[in-house]
Design a protein around this ligand. Structure first.
Ligand code: AMP
Length: 380
């Protein structure tokens, strides 16, 4: 199967080849022609499945050659839960958007940064990627109007609902024109997501991709049984002894992320924390350094984890286990992405042992457990 049979504009085919996208992922094969045919889509697909390009490419194809008739009346609205995802989706639009002749203007907006530059930048924008709260602020100040929206995309809808955006989303839906195309993507089909599906979608194409659980077989999983207070030394031991590079460490709180990163730095390992309490600038810088391989260790919390999109991430370490088995799969899923095998290590304290059993049961896979008592890592 090649991209050339999906109905995409020829300008994009060259850009795809230049990006080494040699063939469409399964979700792309299905959704690209459907979106170009202006059908609604319900995609149950996690990050890593290729869903972003799945909607970016056909949207650009639809908008090619279109003129914006009224300033500040966007044509495409993409709602996302976090600024990381907003920036990531924006990048994909930019990556392929430059291939389209006649410039299509696109912008991402999110909270936590000044609103004025966003208001100004909204001039002439066709495609807007936004978090719900900031979008409403901009609508209220007349910086953008939603009455011309032809295509609505909800990306990571489950996450948006989990973060409590339901009310904002309802207010946004009420501002959109009745006749439009709706594309809904979510990692899971919870009852709440299904409610939105029933409310918004009209005879959608439904596609379900279980990329991350499929990927699990690609990931080498290992667990260490270790008392809470020995986790720090064990982490430093594993990183140094095995000379690990590009390690993503997960903790369960901002406090712990900072502490783990600081201790790693004190022991000579370049490590920085990544969480929601940091400024946007610090987050972008850390993420860029990590992605480009300049930063050896990034210590992140779960909230941030969905925005991390790295093609070949070799090591994930769960310093603390996530609360839900789904989050566990999501965390380790990013090592086995795009057919590159990876390694996922979990630290399991006596208090977490029962919970780890639950996770393994849900995942349907048992993980080899090494007792850290048998490893000599004093002094690390
Ligand atoms: P997503 O699920 O949208 O977050 O995409 C996961 C990753 O796969 C991103 O890094 C994309 O750049 C990459 N990707 C998406 N589609 C393709 C494709 N057809 N060929 C190669 N890489 C792809």
């Amino acid at each position: 199967m090649s991209f050339s049979t999906l109905g995409l504009t020829p300008a994009l085919l060259e850009a795809l080849a230049a990006q080494n996208y040699t063939q469409p992922y399964p979700i792309q094969q299905e959704v690209i022609p459907a979106i170009i045919n202006r059908k609604d889509v319900l995609g149950i697909a996690p990050t890593g499945s290729g869903k972003t390009a799945g909607y970016v490419l056909p949207i650009l194809t639809i908008l090619e050659g279109r003129k914006l008739t009224r300033n500040r009346h966007i044509q495409v609205l993409i709602l996302v839960p976090t600024r990381e995802l907003a920036m990531q989706v924006h990048e994909v639009f930019k990556l392929f958007g430059i291939a389209i002749p006649g410039k299509i203007k696109m912008l991402s907006v999110f909270g936590g940064v000044a609103v004025n530059p966003q208001m100004m930048a909204l001039q002439g924008v066709s495609i807007l990627i936004a978090t719900p709260g900031r979008l409403l602020d901009l609508v209220e100040s007349n910086a953008v109007h939603l009455s011309g929206v032809e295509i609505l995309v909800l990306d990571e809808a489950d996450k948006m609902l989990n973060l409590g955006f339901q009310e904002e989303m309802n207010r946004i839906f009420a501002l959109l024109p009745k006749k439009r195309q709706n594309l809904l993507f979510s990692a899971t089909l919870s009852d709440d997501v299904n409610n939105i599906n029933q409310l918004l979608l009209h005879e959608p194409l439904v596609i379900k991709i279980e990329a991350e659980t499929d990927n699990i077989d690609l990931i080498e999983q290992l667990a260490y049984f270790v008392p809470e207070e020995r986790k720090g030394p064990l982490l430093r031991y594993l990183i140094k002894k095995n000379d690990l590079k590009q390690v993503l460490v997960f903790t369960s709180s901002v406090y712990s992320a900072e502490k783990v990163a600081e201790k790693l730095r004190n022991s000579g390992v370049d490590a920085w924390a990544m969480h929601s309490k940091l400024s946007q600038k610090a987050r972008t810088e850390t993420m860029d350094r990590f992605k480009s391989g300049k930063l050896r260790v990034m210590v992140a919390t779960d909230l941030i984890s969905r925005g991390i999109d790295i093609k070949f991430l070799p090591h994930v370490i769960n310093y603390e286990l996530p609360r839900s088995p789904k989050d566990y799969i999501h965390r380790i899923g990013r090592t086995g992405r795009a057919e590159s095998p990876g390694e996922a290590i979990s630290f399991v304290s006596p208090e977490e042992e029962h919970h780890f059993r639950v996770i393994q049961k849900k995942m349907g896979k048992w993980v080899t457990m090494i007792d850290s008592k048998n490893i000599e890592f004093r002094g690390f």
